[in-house]
Design a protein around this ligand. Sequence first.
Ligand code: PRP
Ligand code: ZN
Ligand code: MG
Length: 223
Amino acid sequence: MKTRDRLRIAMQKSGRLTEPALDLLTRCGLTFRQSRDKLFCFGEGEPVDLLLVRDDDIPGLIAQGVCDLGIVGRNVLNEFQLTGGVDAAPLHEWRPLGFGRCRLSIAVPHDMAYERASDLGGQRVATSYPGLLGDWLRTQGVDTQVVTLAGSVEIAPKLGTADAICDLVQSGGTLVANQLREVEVLLESEAVLAGPQTLPADERGDMIELLLKRLDGVIQVRE
Ligand code: PRP
Ligand code: ZN
Ligand code: MG
């Protein structure tokens, strides 16, 4: 891995976290030269650049050292910790950022009886989070088949490819639209600043410490 002297932060290219993440970095005093829809944004004042990517790719980019930090949902970060592979460097949640709040929940069709986790025994649950769901099922001691889907998880029960789902819930609109009922919350999530467990021992490490200090100031003011 080539060493860089500029800090590189990965964030979501287009999605719910994009605008609030850019706003937060702006409030931390960072300004960027390229337009917001470009893949790469060059930092003007400080030596801090942005890489705009798919959110699911962010933990891997940090683990590989391609980026130093990332702004990503806790759900994506924790899923990577569980399924990223044995070679993946352990990552750390440096700060919760207070936006992009949602929860990872299990939801069942309205006509399915559900009272406790054991009701999922022998059922199929569709999710994009097999690591987090598998982990929770193990703690509950339930033998359930996990059906991994990249997206459109909410239509799986109607299609007959699963009996229930485990997906992110924010407003609850997606569940209502698909006649699903939320029955368990596995994880409370929000955007977080993710990075390696140990900060680089060079100028980038100093820059990260400065950024953390500014972040704490900005987050404190907002609370
Ligand atoms: C998430 C999730 C649900 C929806 C829930 O998808 O997968 O589909 O949001 O939000 P709601 O409770 O407000 O309806 P998202 O739109 O983030 O996109 P993705 O599934 O493509 O990642
Ligand atoms: Zn996503
Ligand atoms: Mg979705």
